[in-house]
Write a protein that binds this ligand. Structure first.
Ligand SMILES: Cc1cc2nc3c(=O)[nH]c(=O)nc-3n(C[C@H](O)[C@H](O)[C@H](O)COP(=O)(O)O)c2cc1C
Length: 365
């Protein structure tokens, strides 16, 4: 049966559903052009902002590996290890908006059939910051970006009015969306943090205020490990560290659960799934829970010889999705998108060994 890897998501036609997430793989024109040459259906740029950005005076990202040998999870190079996670405390792009704009225009002109999504970030709490959102949105759309992803999820911000620090606040989410949707008419994706107990409410507020899609997940707030012998953290500056973000395989199951929660609450709305995708099996799971596109970061960064854009990875993802569609007789991924949704139920709805069990409550007399 003929299959089609293309998919329409938030009104945009993707040649395949695989997108490089906002991160180092999409931090420059050179990398994005290479990503598109390699076959990615879309990219979300490294987040662009207007405030000053200066990264820590040390490594910004580490890749942690695991093995049967001690130490179990570590960045230390050892034989016979497999990827466990990335940990980073990198800030948003330090390239100024003015420098991004001609690059974005050239990228879009060179690859008109690929989707270019600009990730943008400003603050909250006043008209000045709302104007910053408007300025970023207008500028990126004017040079040809197909959609915007609002970064309401960076887990390591100094400023209290930015990133994950504001993702709990539904009024702020609504005010940012009002500013951006007033300014531009392209689809607006909202990237939320998984680190909140009110994620579904935050997603609901965003959809209601005009978000075309939720992107989930950004990295999970976390700490790097300390070596018991040296008493050094695996990444630190002058002996100090702060909360950073965990990505890669280690967050896959948690990311799926967050996507499932939103997909169940808003089955008709779009979700872009992110977190731990290394190949088709992980991508499949996000689609099964309702995601319409898949974003990848850590696995692309880890691919040696690819310049950090996952050249082999995108080839395999496309081939393996195509192979699956063809073996299962599906014309497109829409035929299995969301198939897991209704099989995720309340604990009490799962059958017990006996009928006598009453959900942990004593039976009433
Ligand atoms: C080094 C690094 C930098 C990142 N920078 C950004 C960023 O600027 N904006 C953003 O929205 N997400 C950023 N992310 C998060 C990724 O886009 C992605 O949501 C996360 O890594 C989970 O995907 P993964 O498991 O495939 O890595 C960054 C991730 C890493 C590892």
């Amino acid at each position: 049966m003929a299959y089609d890897l293309s998919t329409t998501f938030t009104g945009l036609k993707f040649v395949n559903p695989f997108i490089l997430a906002s991160a180092p793989p999409t931090e420059s024109k050179r990398k994005i052009l290479k990503a598109f040459e390699s076959g990615w259906g879309g990219v979300v740029t490294k987040t662009i902002g207007l405030h000053p950005v200066e990264n820590v005076a040390g490594p910004k990202t580490i890749f942690q590996r695991t093995s049967e040998q001690k130490p179990y999870v570590s960045r230390n190079k050892r034989p016979d290890t497999v990827s466990h996670s990335s940990w980073n405390w990198e800030l948003i792009s330090d390239q100024a908006l003015e420098l991004w704009l001609p690059d974005l225009e050239e990228i879009k002109t060179t690859f008109p059939d690929r989707m270019l999504i600009a990730s943008i970030m400003a603050g909250a709490g006043g008209e000045t910051e709302m104007n910053n959102w408007r300025k970023l949105a207008r500028a990126c759309v004017d040079v040809g970006c197909d959609a915007l992803e609002l970064n309401l999820s960076c887990p390591h911000m100094d400023r209290k009015d930015m990133g994950a620090n504001i993702a709990n606040d539904e009024d702020i989410i609504r005010s940012i969306l009002a500013a951006v949707t007033d300014e531009v008419s392209v689809p607006i994706w909202v990237k939320l943090t998984p680190a909140t107990s009110t994620l579904v409410d935050a997603a609901g507020a965003a959809y209601e205020a005009g978000a075309a899609s939720i992107s989930l997940c950004n990295t999970f707030p976390s700490l790097p490990l300390m070596d018991p012998e040296t008493l050094q953290f695996e990444v630190e500056v002058d002996g100090l560290v702060t909360s950073g973000g965990l990505g890669g395989l280690a967050i896959l199951h948690q990311a799926l659960q967050r996507v499932s929660d939103i997909s169940k609450a808003y089955p008709d709305k779009a979700i872009s799934g992110i977190g731990g995708i290394r190949g088709f099996r992980e991508a499949f799971n996000f689609i099964a829970h309702g995601a319409g596109t898949l974003q990848v970061c850590t696995a692309a960064m880890e691919e040696k010889g690819s310049g950090g854009v996952g050249v082999k990875l995108i080839k395999e993802l496309n081939e393996d999705l195509g192979d699956y569609l063809s073996r299962k007789g599906h014309a497109s991924l829409e035929e299995f998108r969301g198939i897991a949704r209704n099989r995720i139920v309340e604990h009490s709805q799962v059958r017990r060994k006996s009928d006598a069990y009453n959900g942990g409550y004593a039976k009433s007399a």
